[in-house]
Write a protein that binds this ligand. Structure first.
Ligand SMILES: [Mg+2]
Length: 145
């Protein structure tokens, strides 16, 4: 049954694949970091769900009890149900420690990138730290082989 499951890479958006503009509500505010699209294509070509198979968001307001607002793992759990994902072979890339906590709460390895607002990695529990998404993808592909 394990072979029927896919490995996946869960990727945070703001500060990870696009510049964090605090609240991105218009397409004109989207600035994709250099090398991200090519890195996602590399993941896809190596058998990961990654370019972009699905998007998930949490509609709950901060401070409200929520199963999906990070660090709760609800969005990862939902994606796992939708796409038959093996979490033990999957990764999450994010720019904040809350992303790392979400990954670990879901049972996924975490890579924290330095492209977000919170660039101080002191005390981070990330499994790896990378400069950006392309560097994180190199870590994932090295770990897979
Ligand atoms: Mg972020």
């Amino acid at each position: 049954m394990r072979d029927a499951l896919s490995s996946a890479v869960f990727i945070d958006r703001d500060g990870t694949i696009i510049e964090d503009t605090d609240y991105c509500s218009h397409a004109k505010d989207v600035r994709i970091f250099p090398g991200v699209l090519e890195a996602l294509r590399r993941l896809k070509s190596q058998g990961f769900n990654g370019l972009v198979d699905a998007t998930y968001y949490c509609p709950d307001a901060p401070g409200q009890h929520s199963k999906c607002r990070k660090p709760a793992p609800g969005m990862v759990v939902k994606a796992t149900q939708d796409h038959q994902i093996d979490l033990s072979r999957s990764f999450l890339i994010g720019d904040k420690e809350v992303d790392v906590e979400c990954a670990h709460n879901a049972g996924v390895r975490a890579i924290r990138v330095r492209t977000g607002i919170q660039r101080d990695m002191t005390g981070s529990n990330a499994d790896w730290v990378a400069d950006d998404v392309p560097a994180a993808v190199r870590i994932i592909l090295d770990a897979k082989s």
